[in-house]
Design a protein around this ligand. Sequence first.
Ligand code: 3PY
Ligand code: MG
Length: 256
Amino acid sequence: MTAFSLARRLRTGETVYCGWCALGSPIVAETVAREGFSAVNIDQQHGLWDFAAVVTAIGAIYHAGATPVVRVPLADFAAASRALDCGAEAIIVPMINSESDARTFVAAAKYPPLGERSWGPNRAMALQGRSNAVDYLREANEGTLTLAMIETTAALANVDAIAATPGIDALFIGPYDLSTVLSGGKAQDVQAGEVERAIDQIGAAAKKAGKIPGIYCRDAERALAMAKRGFRFIAVGSDLGFIREGLAPHMKSLKG
Ligand code: 3PY
Ligand code: MG
């Protein structure tokens, strides 16, 4: 595994698919990485992760040849800094609603002069096989990624200012929260017209600001469609979904 490879690939224009793990199991996260995703997200917002499992999973994903990504809990900017110290190379923060939220995220995740990240990447340096602290310090701001989630009406209104915030590397769309809010709490339809229009608006804002456009997709079919629409960091499915979908044909056969 090469240090900071996800940032390098995305910054040079590649499209990357990311596995998604909520079950709180490092072995499941490692398995998702070994099946071929080049990045795997540990979802601390809605997932079942405790901190010790996050630390183990980051190492397991890295050693399986994929980049560890962490989505931190809502409004927990300290968790962003801590996950980077543990070796995560991209951080997703939910519900970034304003330029001020975006600045707080950057402060936690980027070293000076861009932000105020506190020094202590002990596990990150060990995973990368580094002993020279200044090398890590010099490369980390470019090598790690900040993904600001756009998934509320406030975020939609402020999307250009969020995208333009120095140190925000990517906009990452949460289509299910967008559907929830744009339907007035009535639907989970990520293909409803108003959600699709919001998706295009956010993609265009990222493009205009020179930032990486990202989105969560329920399955590979939707992920490929989003890649065609210009999205480049594309999260796919979930570990629970992969297990259930893998089991479904077996159970169908067994039940006749
Ligand atoms: C959303 O769709 O709201 C998400 O946060 C995706 O994980
Ligand atoms: Mg969400």
